[in-house]
Design a binder for this molecule. Sequence first.
Ligand SMILES: [Zn+2]
Length: 416
Amino acid sequence: MNSKYKVPFGLKNGILYEPSQVERGKACNCICSSCNNPLTAKKGEKNIHHFAHATNNSCETGRETAIHLAAKQIIFQNKAVYLPSIKIEDELIDYGMVTFDDIILEKAILGETTEFLIIPDITAKLHRKIDTKNLYVEIAVTHFSEEKKINEFRKKKLSSIEIDLSGLLKEDYVDFKMIENMIKSGNHATWIYNKRLELENEKIKKRDEKVKREREYILNKKLNNMKALINLYNEEKERKKYSIKSNNQLLDYARQAIGINSLDNLPAFILQPCDIDALYTLDGRLVRLYIYEYFILRRKNIPQLKDRAFGAKSVIQYLKSKKQLYSNKFINDWNKLIFEDDILFMDEDTPNFNPKKIISDYLFHLKDAGVLIYSGNYFFKLPGIFEADGSLSVCKFCKKQLPLSAEYCDKCGAIQ
Ligand SMILES: [Zn+2]
C-alpha cells in the first residue's frame, strides 16, 4: 500500500493515538481525523504499524490531517515551541525553546470584518505582570499559510511562526516522537512576523535617518562656509591686484630680518605676487618674507634647526600667529575659518579652494627657485647656497635663485 494511505494516528474521544497505544484491528475504536470514518490498526509482522480506513479507501487527506493534528496535540501537551533566532543589526537573538502558560487551538482572531478573520492553528499565551504576550503558530504539512493570512498577521502586528512538517509526508513511518523532534530542532520554524524585530528595525531606521539628517546639515553648513570663503578669497585676490604698495612695516621687517634697505632688492621669490597673497590681507611680500625668515634663514643661523623638515601645515600654523597679516575684519571671520582643520579636510573634494594646497604650491615654487629641497613629503632648507648675510643671487634671465658664486644658471643656462 502506498504510504499516502497509511494513517499514522487514529482519533479516539478527541485524542490521537499511535497504533502501539491501541488494540489491533477494529478494536482500536479509532476514527480518521479527516473523514471521521472508522480505522483499523494494522499491527502485522510484515508492514510498519499504521492505521487504514476500515471500509472507505477514497479518503486522501487522512494522513496529512493526522500529522497536522498530532503537531497541535504535541504543542498543546508540552506547552513549548521552538522560536527561530532573529538578527537585529549584527546581534543574533536566540529564543530557543520557549515554554508558554496557555495553549489554545484554533481560536479565531477577529478582524474589522469577517473577511479578515484569521484562525491560527495555535495561540500560545505568555502571561506577564503587565500584559499577555501572544504567539501564533501555523503548522504546515501540505498547506502553507496563504498570502492573505500572512498579510493579516503582519498588518495586525501579531508575532507568528510557521512550522514546516512537509518533510514527514515522504516518510514511510511517522510517530509522535518524530514530530516532537522536528518541533524542538528549530530547523523547521520560520517567523511569519516578529513584532520585536519590526520595532527594533524601525528604531534603527529612525536613528539612521537622524544621523543622515545631521550629517547633511553639517555638510551643508560646511559647504556654505566654503562658498563664503571662496568668495572672500576671490574678492581679496581681485583687491590685491590693484593695491600692492610698499609699506613701512614691510620695509622695517626686511631691514631687520635680512638686512635689505630697499624693497626692490628683495629676492624674486619674495617680490613676485602669487596665490598665497589673497590668503592674507596685508602685503603678500610680507607673508613671503615671514616664511623666508622663519623657515629658511632661521634654520641657517641656528644649527639645531638646520635639518628640520616642515610642510604647509607648519607654515599655516606659524602665519596664523602673525596677527598683523589680517585686517580687523579678517581676524574675525577669515583667519578663524580659513585654516580650521575640518575646512582643510573638506577641501579634498573642493579643488577650487584649498589654503593648504595654495601654501604647499608656494613651497614647491621655492623648491623650483632653488631655495628649498623636497624629500619624503617634507621641505628642507637647501644647504649652502646662501651667504652669511642672507644675500642671494638671482638669474638675470629666469630669476632662479643661484649661489652667489654661480657663473651660469643651472635652469636656463644663461651666463651670469
Ligand atoms: Zn479518512
